[in-house]
Design a protein around this ligand. Sequence first.
Ligand code: BGC
Length: 373
Amino acid sequence: MKPGKPNSAHLVDVEKPAAADVSGGRGVLVEVFRVGACGTDREINNAEYGTAPDGEDFLILGHENLGRVVEVGENVTEFAPGNYVVATVRRPCGSSVYDKIGEQHFTTDTEYFERGISRLHGYMAEYYVENAEFLVKVPNALAEVGVLLEPLSIIEKGLKQASDIQERMKVWRPKTAAVLGVGNVGLLAVMALRMRGYAVHGFGREPRDGYLNAELCEAIGATYDSTAEISVEQSTEKYGQYDLIFECTGFSPIIFDAMQSLNENGILLLASVTGGDRKTDQVPSDKINQMFVLGNRAMVGTVNAGREHFEMGVKDLALCEAMHPGWLGRMMTHKIDGLENFARAFDILSNAGKYKAIKTFIEVKRPGRESPV
Ligand code: BGC
């Protein structure tokens, strides 16, 4: 697509890359199996943001990815042809100290480099090449659901930040969590929290009956309530105040409701990239401020993810498949066959309610061979 030009997604012929394109013998050529499509892709295609690589006038989209290794450079020992891999998204091309220490997901640069989003081509392609540093191995048994790993990595980073921050108390034994918004990302948060043993309460706008997302919450041992019937704050009368709240709705005013629903010492994680200019003045600021001060509550944003968060995600996917076989597969509601049908992905993303879509993804090419490891 052409950044800055709405609805400009189109197909282009590009040269097939080679492992040797990456210096130091650390290149890995990957054949793309599936690419997820999400709100970020929709917003880039709407020209809300997105930047082409320097000197080019188009950006190859796609950051939620899963592929199979075809060729490795001479200094790659950790991958072999046939392995399934997911590539991380942000690259350390900036000048902040976090870019220099390999923690570019914490960059303080305002111009960052993300494949498929900002200044670097993405994975909606038949092949891509990447330095082995930025690839994470996915076991063959998870190939069918592996494209969920990138969105899950954002959740994992949030949960890692929560546990790091909560070390301030020496002892933190969280029991209950609320997840606000049970779309694709919210459901992955419900799953990751259930895998950690939390009592999880999911919230969405839709009525419960006949709503697949609500059914998936309940199928994994969480509850589901519609905020049309009960606000998050009112729900604390039923479930008690929450030790952890994960906000994944994209509707920013709900954070004030969430701030009033946290337990003492509780933590609120914010994951929605709200690009709009919504404002709200219905905020009981004295009450919220006092609750945060007197209750040592905390709130933190979470974006992008590093290798360790992808690796945490692989473990949660595996545990979830073992405990609830087929649950992750049920999230993958809309498969699009072939890159040439990419326009359908944008149609589904723009009308997710009508299509009842949870995860929409493009199957670029189903790999034929079996993996050696
Ligand atoms: C991606 C992140 C990225 C963020 C902001 C999200 O959709 O999953 O990796 O950092 O968008 O660009």
